[in-house]
Write a protein that binds this ligand. Structure first.
Ligand code: DQA
Length: 147
């Protein structure tokens, strides 16, 4: 059976392509999903790609990964900088986690420089736009095969 990767996207990422394109680019979240699907096919893994504007949804989905997925790729969006609950959920899941951001959060406002999520991630990719998602899928596959 092939590995299954859960790809989670936090608040406002549903507006990708329309929202601050000078920061986040012109590609939509559907484009990102297609990119992840193509990457997953190349790696021989399955993905489930989801987005929510609600913190509780993201936590429920992370908990679901305990039984139903092998690894997580997550762009927690603004919850990156605020959510102890997402940090705790990821700690509890005991699966490889890669955090991804389209923009380079370290080059932006001070409040974006802190990530609660990084403390529970195996690795972090930021500042490479949608290509970062492709790299994140490849990274969790590498982590899974080296287990
Ligand atoms: C983001 C960066 C966050 O600071 C921001 O709140 C987002 C998107 C990114 O992908 O660059 O919504 O996670």
């Amino acid at each position: 059976m092939s590995n299954k990767i859960l790809i989670l996207n936090g608040p406002n990422l549903n507006l990708l392509g329309k929202r601050e394109p000078e920061i986040y680019g012109h590609e939509t979240l559907a484009d990102v999903e297609q990119l992840c699907l193509a990457t997953a096919q190349g790696e021989g893994v399955e993905i489930d790609f989801r987005q929510s504007n609600h913190e509780g949804d993201l936590i429920d989905w992370i908990q679901e990964a305990r039984d139903n997925f092998d690894a997580i790729v997550i762009n927690p969006a603004a919850y990156t900088h605020t959510s102890v609950a997402i940090h705790d959920a990821l700690q509890a899941v005991e699966k490889p986690v890669v955090e991804v951001h389209l923009s380079n959060i370290h080059k932006r406002e001070e409040f974006r420089h802190t990530s609660f999520v990084s403390k529970s991630a195996n690795g972090v990719i930021c500042g490479l736009g949608t290509h970062g998602y492709q790299l994140a899928v490849q990274a969790v596959c590498r982590l899974l095969s080296s287990r």
